[in-house]
Design a protein around this ligand. Structure first.
Ligand SMILES: [Fe+2]
Ligand SMILES: [Fe+2]
Length: 497
């Protein structure tokens, strides 16, 4: 498996020729290269905005093909014949444990090495077709399960609907398939675009997904459910003082004028003094003069303070203070700020802090409008390793990240903060001009999840890690530990101070 040459991709796209790739497994390295090739194809067809859904679908199909191959290898290693009912049951009883405990051994086994997953991309007649093939014929049990899942997915109105009906997910692929169908629907592609060729006894299993290139993901604003749209519409404005202060700063007013206005707002005064006397400024002695504090912070620092203070005040008046979200926000802000320094973007430290602090604001709205759904999604996403953000979009047509961005737009926040909120789970599709900041907030959030044990190395986007020099699992965990250490120290200092 190798990266395709840009010339080869261009040529294939222009002439409708298929591009072929063979994967020896759905491991991180190989799928990483596969995703890069797919992104290059999307780039060449100016459809990069389809990336998230298309990448998800491809990964899902390749993982299923790989699992089917490993299953055949498992039966061969155990000397069982999967076509015999008794042998099948016996083999399946140990298959999932074997995958968890002996994966490397299985991958290196000649029985598995002989089975590859073949992927083909072809752009022709205005559509991108992805074909995933693995050299195993489907067993009747597998075929029946896939058909049942597809039928129920096609009949279901919404994802939540079908989740409830999926009780048996012993073979994993069921839920993934549901997601593929809903994902296609979500980007506006008809169910028929995903075709499984399930001929019994055929020497291989083939799945073909055709995505018309004029597909336009549903404009998210239009899919907002009534309750969410209303909630976003009624998000309180940022406090008046903050709005006036932002105008003063934009008009280059003197710090004396700015300080006079800040003094009228006790909450803002406390936040400002806490910040300048905190670990960021390392002052020899505490200062309490507001004008001095303002000039110390400078224009950029004050703008940053106003953004976070304004947003938090606005949501607090409406939703109260949600302690667990608040803790996560503070942790993420601290990680994002430090990452800006560690990864060579010191000038972005302030913006990274604000992005980290505000990235999950949209969750407040979702928790308010769909509390049960949020809990289900959280549980499901941890169980199945599917991103919660993606599940929200498939289930509701909108994610907390997008809702947060809509809130930031209502408050007229600058474009970079807006983007950092909107793309904190989707760094691959962030606008190029804001990519560094979006990456920082994305990574900070990942390291927070690592901190709470909800994510391991495999959950991180390889290309984002690579572009910031986090080369392997060791480097990833070292960075995580470093961030945790710094946050702990800062917390101890805060407690003492
Ligand atoms: Fe998030
Ligand atoms: Fe988060």
């Amino acid at each position: 498996m190798k990266l395709l040459e840009p010339g080869e991709i261009r040529d294939a796209v222009e002439n409708g020729r298929p591009l072929h790739m063979d994967l020896s497994g759905a491991g991180r390295y190989e799928t990483g290269i596969l995703v890069k090739n797919l992104l290059a194809v999307l780039e060449a067809t100016q459809t990069r905005y389809l990336a998230e859904a298309v990448i998800y679908i491809l990964r899902e199909l390749v993982t299923n093909g790989d699992k089917a191959n490993l299953k055949r290898a498992h039966f061969q290693i155990l000397g069982l014949d999967p076509t015999r009912v008794q042998d099948y049951e016996k083999g399946m009883a140990s298959f999932h444990t074997a995958l968890r405990t002996r994966l490397d051994e299985y991958r290196a086994h000649p029985a598995a090495l002989a089975l590859q997953v073949h992927v083909e991309f072809q752009v022709s007649q205005g559509a991108l077709t992805m074909v995933v093939t693995n050299p195993c014929s489907l067993l009747p049990q597998e075929r029946a399960r896939i058909e049942e899942r597809l039928t129920s997915a096609h009949a279901a109105q919404g994802l939540m609907d079908s989740w409830k009906k999926v009780s048996d997910n012993a073979e994993g692929a069921g839920i993934g398939l549901l997601m593929v169908v809903f994902m296609l629907r979500n980007i506006g592609v008809a169910d028929q675009a995903c075709r499984f060729h399930l001929e019994p006894g055929a020497p291989e299993t083939t799945v073909r997904v055709t995505i018309p290139l004029d597909t336009v993901p549903q404009a998210l604003g239009e899919t907002l459910s009534g309750r969410i749209a209303e909630a976003v519409e009624s998000v309180p404005p940022i406090p008046d003082t903050v709005r006036k202060l932002r105008e003063l700063l934009d008009a280059d007013a003197s710090f004396i004028k700015v300080a006079a206005l800040i003094q009228n707002d006790p909450g803002l005064t406390v936040s400002l003094l806490k910040l300048v006397n905190g670990p960021l400024y390392l002052l020899p002695k505490r200062i309490s003069n507001i004008t001095a504090a303002c000039s110390l912070m400078g224009l950029k620092g004050l703008r940053t303070l106003l953004l976070s203070y304004g947003a938090l005040k606005a949501v607090e008046t409406r939703y109260g203070r949600q302690e667990n979200l608040w803790e996560h926000a503070c942790l993420c802000a601290s990680y994002a700020r430090h990452l800006a320094g560690f990864l060579g973007h010191p000038a972005l430290a302030e913006d990274a802090h604000v992005g980290g602090l505000l990235h999950d604001l949209g969750k407040l709205v979702l928790l308010d409008t769909h509390p049960e759904l949020v809990r289900n999604i959280e549980r499901f996403s941890l169980d199945q390793g599917v991103g919660g953000n993606l599940l929200e979009r498939v289930a509701l047509g909108v994610s907390h990240a997008r809702i947060g961005a809509l809130m930031a737009a209502r408050w007229q926040f600058p474009g970079n903060i807006h983007a950092a909120i909107e793309f904190h789970h989707r760094p691959l599709v962030a606008p190029a001009e804001f990519q560094p900041l979006c990456d920082l907030v994305y990574l900070a959030n990942l390291f927070c999840m690592r901190h709470s044990g909800d994510l391991d190395f495999d959950g991180a986007e390889p290309s984002v890690l690579a572009r910031h020099g986090i080369r392997d699992e060791t480097a990833f965990h070292e960075m995580g530990a470093r961030l945790e250490g710094l946050f702990r120290k800062q917390k101890e200092k805060d407690l003492l101070g």
